[in-house]
Write a protein that binds this ligand. Sequence first.
Ligand SMILES: N[C@@H](CCC(=O)N[C@@H](CS)C(=O)NCC(=O)O)C(=O)O
Length: 216
Amino acid sequence: MSEIVVHGIPGSPFMRAALIALEEKRAPYRVQALSPETLRNDAYRKLHPFGRVPALEHGDFKLYETQAILRYVDALFADPPLQPRDVQAIGRMNQIIGINDWYLFPQVARVIVFERIVAPFLFGKAPNLDAIAVALPDAERCLAELNRLLGRNEHLAGAEFTLADVLLAPQVYYLAATPEGAAILNGTPLRAWLDRVGERASLKATLPPEGLRNAA
Ligand SMILES: N[C@@H](CCC(=O)N[C@@H](CS)C(=O)NCC(=O)O)C(=O)O
């Protein structure tokens, strides 16, 4: 089989999701580490016209958008399956993936995690507390809804570990490391879920680089 290459910025939660899926499948892969400045280069835009990470190469085949990458990896390697067979669990998994891509990342993580962890660590900037305050109601709404959907289930879409857990765990990991996220998550089912999934070998193998982990 052709080599699988994942292009991305080490520590990026979307990139980590792609790596978690590959680790779950015990698939061989190589990481091509990028720096933030290279994302808008002409060369990288050939892989990802929108200048985001991750991007995947598998031989001649190129793919971007994390949920497409996760579904591709799941289709490429049979075991263990990362999508449920139960139709309602499939619906729930897809719903949670949508919540991440439309609300949790753009409205919450992109502000609170960026201001609290990425900006200080990568750019040496103090957090913009006004921006964080604006994002706080969205953070409360997103995490309350994820808590409601998780309920008493073991995993986000039900009993099984699915692509919803793969995509959400890296995002909630960083949120939990901010004072605002930690306060909202404290004592909730989602906090316990994060601890549970954090025990998986795939999550341990893909922890962010030490500097970012300490910043978090
Ligand atoms: N919809 C994209 C979002 C990817 C994304 O926003 N990645 C962030 C890193 S976690 C990124 O590339 N940020 C760089 C930037 O915005 O300049 C996906 O699912 O892959």
